[in-house]
Design a binder for this molecule. Structure first.
Ligand SMILES: Cc1cc2nc3c(=O)[nH]c(=O)nc-3n(C[C@H](O)[C@H](O)[C@H](O)COP(=O)(O)OP(=O)(O)OC[C@H]3O[C@@H](n4cnc5c(N)ncnc54)[C@H](O)[C@@H]3O)c2cc1C
Length: 407
């Protein structure tokens, strides 16, 4: 039977999946392949990780260990390490990562390759913590890079990453408070104060109700009980609480302080969702357009709400990585967790992209979208991909379509 991604909406069409045990085996597999692509934990929602008629490389069996260097405050990890496991090891040694995504189960390499992010407008994407990486390029050569803005968010199109070095900061504690019912007018008027209310802030909505359903504030201190017109939740919440989903798998809320890695992700590491009954899309616009972009989406709320489980609004600090959606400045992240109805989602994508086009929208590489949007360093990335991979063995249909603009 063919393998699928986590959501089950993509059936991989690769001829086979190889599980090399050493970096040398990765080099041999890449050198000998006509078409090849690394596979992470398969949490992307589109065909980015597929390699039709070629070889997918699953690196979970690589025989290398994570190495934490306290002096330089870095951790060097094998590519397929899960973020949650990096977090546990860093925390045990008194360190932290600056930020985490909502789900701690994804691999470091897959997360970094797609510029995955958390929230907090002073926090950059997870890819920004990468200070070095080892990359097996098309001819099987192992290259080591440090601080190269072009290779980090590589979409698997430049080669196979075998190891990454991540910058660490001293470990810290956070509490997580959830508020119900933030009036939209208040969200607009106090947008900056709300983002400043925590280290990481997320707002959940279905766009159609008069209020934003929930605001999750992860920070060192206690936010005011009357949160810009929202009220403190009387129990734990799931992001899709309004759709009746229980909070059993969510990280601890109700203001109980705890280590950073047990508060920043929305979902607990010890709960492993084997398959997801959802689809996802995410768009990014410059933060100065935040209110106008939210208004633009509220204008089609009647179309969005019937297909949504929930939608999450976050902020992410800017960076210089070529294919990062946050390249060149802070962005508002507009995320959509859809019901598993691919046809309905596909019909909405062009409508949403048209609404957000005036704001210079960019799409999340790992989720469902139609057009990549406004990535100013795309031509430089194409040139780098052509240089490292002249025969196009990493150039899957996704890369041809979304990076090289082929039909
Ligand atoms: C429940 C859920 C919650 C999520 N939450 C967030 C969130 O909070 N924020 C956010 O931004 N995203 C989020 N995502 C999206 C997710 O983080 C990204 O899709 C991420 O890329 C998944 O990593 P992966 O290991 O599953 O990669 P895969 O889906 O397996 O692969 C993704 C890409 O990475 C490449 N890749 C993987 N390993 C390597 C390697 N060793 N070398 C070179 N390229 C490689 C693949 O070739 C492919 O192009 C979420 C997804 C789910 C399912």
């Amino acid at each position: 039977m063919r393998e699928t991604n986590w959501a089950g909406n993509q059936t991989f069409t690769a001829e086979r999946i190889l599980r090399p045990r050493t970096v040398e085996q990765v080099q041999e597999a890449v050198a000998g392949a006509i078409a090849v692509k690394a596979l992470g934990s398969r949490h992307c929602f589109n065909d980015i990780a597929d390699c039709p008629d070629g070889v997918q490389l699953d690196l979970t069996a690589l025989d290398t260990e994570a190495v934490l260097d306290a002096e330089s405050a870095t951790i060097s990890v094998p590519a397929a390490t899960r973020y949650g496991d990096v977090a546990v090891q860093a925390h045990a040694a008194g360190f932290a990562l600056v930020n985490l995504a909502s789900l701690p189960h994804c691999t470091v390499a897959g997360t970094v390759a797609t510029a995955t992010h958390g929230s907090g407008w002073r926090n950059q994407s997870l890819a920004s913590a990468v200070s070095g990486l080892d990359l097996v390029t098309a001819d099987g050569e192992l290259k080591t890079y440090s601080h190269h803005d072009g290779v980090v968010v590589g979409l698997g199109a430049l080669g196979v990453v075998t190891r990454l070095t991540l910058d660490l900061v001293p470990s810290f504690e956070l509490r997580q408070d959830v508020f119900d019912g933030l009036p939209w007018e208040s969200a607009y008027e106090h947008f900056e104060e709300i983002q400043d209310a925590g280290y990481s802030v997320s707002m959940f909505t279905n766009w159609a109700r008069d209020e934003i359903d929930q605001v999750w504030v992860k920070g060192p201190g206690r936010p005011g009980a009357d949160f810009f017109g929202a009220t403190a939740a009387d129990g734990p919440r799931h992001p899709a609480h309004a759709a009746g989903i229980p909070a059993d798998n969510c990280t601890r809320q109700l203001g109980v302080p705890g280590p950073w890695h047990e508060r920043i992700p929305h979902f607990r590491l010890d709960f492993t969702p084997s398959i997801g009954n959802e689809l996802q899309t995410e768009y990014f616009v410059p933060v100065r357009h935040a209110v106008a972009a939210m208004e633009a989406l509220r204008g089609i709320a009647h179309r969005l709400a019937p297909v949504l489980l929930t939608s999450e609004i976050r902020t992410v600090a800017g960076d210089e990585l070529w294919l990062s959606p946050f390249h060149g400045g802070d962005r508002l992240a507009l995320h959509f967790t859809w019901q598993p109805d691919g046809e309905a989602v596909r019909a909405l994508l062009p409508v949403m992209e048209e609404r957000l086009a005036p704001f210079g929208v960019r799409s999340h590489w790992g989720k469902l979208f139609q057009r990549t949007g406004d990535y100013p360093r795309l031509a430089d990335f194409r040139a780098l991909a052509a240089e490292l991979d002249p025969d196009g063995k990493f150039r899957s249909p996704f890369v041809r379509r979304q990076v090289f603009g082929e039909r």
